[in-house]
Design a binder for this molecule. Structure first.
Ligand code: ADP
Length: 208
């Protein structure tokens, strides 16, 4: 099973991805997590990404595309993966398509978590409160100013991906405002349907 989770910051992609990891025995590939690890380790990629991320802007496409390509080649991703936070721009989606074709792989589904924008700020504020309460470090981009930038990056650069994948017949939309369990159930339903279609739509879409 290879899928993409699409949705704005705070939509619940990470929460749902972790559940799918458990139920499907696949890995979660979060470009946000990978970049934060690179920042922490002060690798060349991390040094480049640090300030961009703190502002809430997008890291250059070439940087994330290279990270994802390497990560997909790791043995633990052979059984499948959930892309969380990637692709985030149409050029990234095009690069992903070429990269997967190169590796002889195809996507099974693209799942969009649809949420009201008004709820997102509250969700991120809640995450900050919870992390602070647990004594965990708060992300440098989880503040109102950076969140505003993240949302506007989402609107202008990432939201067009829904039309992109819809045009390929691959988009499945789920109500992300429901409870966490309900959202998980809806995603599982959507994946059953995608599985039943047997990846036919994915390969047909790739040929288009
Ligand atoms: P969010 O909670 O906003 O979905 P992520 O953890 O996915 O955040 O990403 C945090 C930051 O990492 C982004 O604001 C961006 O700077 C960078 N980033 C993550 N994935 C990508 C990507 N695919 N392309 C460009 N930048 C990315």
């Amino acid at each position: 099973m290879r899928l993409i989770l699409l949705g704005p910051p705070g939509a619940g992609k990470g929460t749902q991805a972790q559940r799918l990891v458990q139920s499907h025995g696949i890995v979660q590939l979060s470009t946000g997590d990978m970049l934060r690890a690179a920042v922490k380790a002060e690798t060349p990629v991390g040094l480049k990404a640090k300030d961009i991320m703190a502002r809430g802007e997008l890291v250059p496409d070439a940087v994330v595309v290279a990270i994802v390509s390497d990560r997909i080649d790791q043995p633990d991703a052979a059984n499948g993966f959930i892309l969380d936070g990637f692709p985030r721009t149409v050029p990234q989606a095009e690069a992903l398509e070429a990269m997967l074709a190169d590796k002889g792989l195809a996507l099974d589904a693209v799942v969009e978590l649809k949420v009201d924008e008004a709820a997102l700020l509250a969700r991120v504020e809640n995450r900050v409160r919870e992390m602070t309460a647990k004594g965990e470090a708060v992300r440098p981009d989880d503040n109102p100013e950076a969140l505003k930038t993240r949302l506007s990056a989402y609107r202008s650069q990432t939201a067009p991906l829904t039309a992109y994948y819809d045009g390929k017949g691959m988009l499945r939309t789920v109500d992300g405002m429901a409870s966490i369990d309900r959202v998980t159930a809806s995603i599982e339903e959507v994946l059953e349907t995608a599985k039943a279609a047997g990846g036919r739509s994915a390969s047909a879409a790739a040929a288009r």
